[in-house]
Design a protein around this ligand. Structure first.
Ligand SMILES: Nc1ncnc2c1ncn2[C@@H]1O[C@H](COP(=O)(O)OP(=O)(O)OP(=O)(O)O)[C@@H](O)[C@H]1O
Ligand SMILES: [Mg+2]
Length: 222
């Protein structure tokens, strides 16, 4: 269970805090969605939860353990916005093993299965994949590390309608095994599968009830 208590982020060079007294709870196998406009602090929140930036004030707890950035780097897996722009491997296998040469073929296959890419040859170039497949590979790159918390920054940005539906259905499946926290400016598809929803505005987080009217189609692997 992830708890944020009174989390504030106020870098010295900035006049106003970027995140203000944020309180949030997310249980295992839950998906939380934070919806906010550009500049509201969504990516900053994920960077702090991924241990890439340090909070100014407040607590980040996993169960009752206080988490430092070094713990968060182990616990969380962050999928950046447009993750395909950061691919470095020449092949799917290289991409999955970057920084983790110890990972065996079983772990590689398991991660690819999680995201529905197990049919693709491992020597395929990440750049030859479709936009939706690239997003799923970026998810697999994090899943192979077995994080407790998966953080996703605008996971459906730039995808067409059908790829978006596939990704939303995939995220719905993934939450059976992981805690997911997604930030987006577009509430549409993601709120319908969320367990917890918040709005973020000028660094302030407010809960709202997710709409249970679902419009998501069944997941179809490519
Ligand atoms: N380290 C920092 N120092 C100064 N300002 C920062 C820092 N990090 C973020 N900001 C500012 O904080 C605000 C929130 O930025 P952030 O990138 O988190 O917004 P966002 O909600 O992700 O926006 P978008 O939807 O455009 O991606 C912006 O005004 C940004 O310029
Ligand atoms: Mg952002």
């Amino acid at each position: 269970m992830l708890y944020l208590k009174d989390l504030t982020y106020h870098p010295p060079a900035v006049a106003l805090p970027i995140l203000r007294s944020i309180n949030l709870e997310l249980a295992p196998q839950q998906m939380g969605v934070v919806v906010g406009p550009s500049g509201s602090g969504k990516s900053t929140l994920l960077e702090i939860l991924a241990g890439l930036a340090e909070k100014t004030k407040g607590e980040i707890l996993w169960r009752d353990q206080d988490l430092l950035p070094v713990h968060l780097q182990q616990l969380a897996g962050l999928v950046f916005q447009f993750p395909e722009r950061h691919f470095c491997g020449n092949t799917i296998l290289e991409e999955l093993r970057l920084g983790h040469p110890e990972l065996g073929s079983e772990q590689v296959q398991q991660a690819l299965m999680e995201v529905g890419l197990e049919e693709l040859p491992l020597k395929t170039s990440p750049y030859s994949l479709s936009g939706g497949q690239q997003r799923r590979l970026a998810l697999a790159v994090q899943l192979i590390r077995q994080p407790y918390l998966l953080l996703l920054d605008e996971p459906t940005a730039g995808l067409d309608w059908s790829m978006r539906q596939q990704l939303v259905s995939l995220l719905e499946r993934l939450k059976a095994s992981w805690s997911l926290l997604v930030v987006t400016h577009d509430a549409g598809d993601l709120v319908s599968i969320a367990d917890r929803c918040w709005t973020l505005s000028h660094g302030e987080l407010c809960p709202f009830e997710p709409d249970r009217q679902r419009s998501v189609v069944n997941y179809v692997p490519a």
